[in-house]
Design a protein around this ligand. Sequence first.
Ligand code: MN
Length: 253
Amino acid sequence: MHILVTNDDGVQAPGLLALAQEMRKLGRVTVFAPDHNWSASGHVKTMDRPLRVRETTLADGSAAFMSDGAPSDCVALPMLGLTDPIDVVVSGINPNANIGHDVTYSGTVTAAMEAVIGGVRGVAVSLHSPEGFKGHLDYSTAAIVGRRVVEKVMADGLPEGVLLNVNVPYLKESELKGYMITRQGLRVYRDALDQRIDPRGKPYYWIGGEAPTGVDEPGTDFGALTQGYVSITPLQLDLTSYKAMDVLKKWKF
Ligand SMILES: [Mn+2]
């Protein structure tokens, strides 16, 4: 089995190393990740400039590829033949949860979406780290969870066009309540406009504010995390609102 490990935090991120090390227990691993942080970059296809790929070394001495492209580019390039054929793409481990509307912003999740577009199984893994946490995050539980999920995906397969968005509580493995299949919940963004003045007297803007929270509803990704469960949300790229179709079909033009 050939596993592609990528992320959106950059090839030297500790979450990627933890994931790659755990994936090596399942098969051959190729690490192919962006050369810098692309968090909240969404789904990208770089078409207006060339992409460079360079070899690098991870902190454990293992070889990796890095590109100046986006996370989804780092999945597309290997799938287009830059490496041997890929059996599964695993993206992460992101240092923050990717729940609710986050999945549309997330480079971690959109890398797994890119896998699905290329006909390859995709799994995104994110850690629900405590708000305002400073210091070194412990990725060991999330890495083990990622391995368990990928093991299952390889054994049982995934429904056509489906990727898995996995979020892991910041707990020891023995403290996990279990694994819950969830639906996307609702994020509560607390973005605030921060206007400042540059040295030439012109305004510039930051999208600032506090970190997002979520609606703690049973059966959702955020609900599972707050109860200490691993959240596994099956996602699809078909964003059609079938409910709305029935309403709109009654419109008279
Ligand atoms: Mn990230």
